[in-house]
Write a protein that binds this ligand. Sequence first.
Ligand code: A3P
Length: 368
Amino acid sequence: MVKEIVCVTLATEITKMYGEITKLYVDLYKYITISVRLLESKESTESQNEIKSGNMIGKLQPICPIEGRFGARGQAEFPLRALQFKRGLLHEFRKGNVSKDQVRLHDLVQQLPKAIIIGVRKGGTRALLEMLNLHPAVVKASQEIHFFDNDENYAKGIEWYRKKMPFSYPQQITIEKSPAYFITEEVPERIYKMNSSIKLLIIVREPTTRAISDYTQVLEGKERKNKTYYKFEKLAIDPNTCEVNTKYKAVRTSIYTKHLERWLKYFPIEQFHIVDGDRLITEPLPELQLVEKFLNLPPRISQYNLYFNATRGFYCLRFNIIFNKCLAGSKGRIHPEVDPSVITKLRKFFHPFNQKFYQITGRTLNWP
Ligand code: A3P
């Protein structure tokens, strides 16, 4: 009895302490956000004129609109504090909590994307988008918008699409990701019609691993609905011919070169950047630095922004001393075991397509 009372009292105390810590944490965030707003409103009137006259380079205020940091050459310094505060402020903009005054004061706009992560499904598209969003000049569209691959959405027109974009400073770039774009027939032409010079990011993983990841996602969906599903082996190998089943979507999606060739009818290869999704898992920074270069952004994402979380088994994101986050649990699922002979067969099947993919893109990925 006494033990029970002690346990309950202890538990209550711990809960209280936890509550206090959380409150402190929230208060600290509020304090920072309010300070930023005060600084902003104080500086805004004088700095707006300076920004407009282009006098901001080299005279950076602690908080200032991104446009001032780019200047005419587009490569001026980003103060680190902008990166630190970005999340809090932009989070509000994204949620639509931004007031009309703030929109006017900061010249906030909803811009069409200057770059799109077009695929590949299960390649690491979410991780790539979230990691790029660490950059102060990048603003992500949080949801997959499915504008170009969904006829119903596409029929709503480009203004509908633009209104789905987050608020940003004019000099920032908006990025969206919808992995279905890569494999959908109509998409290249539709994107071309919107912006023929858009930058296109494709994140790929070793094709067999990607196919198994794709299968795992579908399997999990079935299990959630208490439904049974075929084994991967049964879907990936045609039982009549014992050859790879090219009708299986997870296999077809991994034939990257076939899809890329369709895109190349509209865009030159220079407008694509291939991200190594396997390397993004183990060594994200160098991959992100290559993307920064491709997007002509000053290098701002650093090792500080990425830390390995042993519990998750993945790199997570650090925005500042307060905010860090890992991707949702649906990213980084445990794959079912697959018969090694099926894996060998698939790898042999993908090999020639991979060679062609390396040749076209100029990026060799050492897949088996
Ligand atoms: P798995 O679930 O097969 O491991 P997408 O976002 O395109 O659906 O891709 C999901 C994949 O992103 C995951 O596949 C995972 O391996 C990969 N990934 C890359 N970096 C990650 C990260 N930092 N955290 C979680 N998953 C990451």
